[in-house]
Design a protein. Sequence first.
Length: 203
Amino acid sequence: MIKNIIFDLGGVIVRLDRNACVNSFREIGFEDFGTILNDFVQHGFFLDFEKGRIDSAQFRDIIRKYIGSYVADEKIDKAMADFLAEIPVYKLEFICRLKQSYNVYMLSNTNPIAINQVRILFKDCGYEINDCFHQIFLSYEMNMAKPDAEIFEKLVSETGINPAESLFVDDGSLNIQTAASLGFQTLLASQECDLEKEVLHLL
């Protein structure tokens, strides 16, 4: 019996637009950003940012080094934010309904610049991010990231949930594999899927 539901953020709740992000970085002089940005698992300095090993100022400085000239913070942040296109409001309405009957959590690989944009997208839908979840787990605050098992184990430790009674919803196959290996029930969801229909089918 499912008692807990853990949602990924990007690609499950937030619609991602990789092309818009890559184009925005190209416009500020970072021609090869498309070779760095991955829809599912980040690497290198981007992974360091998502694991909280570097802060926003250090991330921006690395971007400037790649570009080879000064670019204002706001332009870098805007290019990063363009990865996060929109949130279909029905998804937040659905998650808030689930919250009335289940323990609902978010587990996201993200960074401080991106989460600022996420908060704006939630507000555009008439919600605060904390309205929809009992607890939020963000990679850069935890200094760990999916698909590593330790981030799932940390969530279990902090919440006290039983993985066997928990549904983990993510759009990354590696993340799903780790969760399943730890005993979670899982749903591999794409951003094109009918999230409500797919989740309710498993409850």
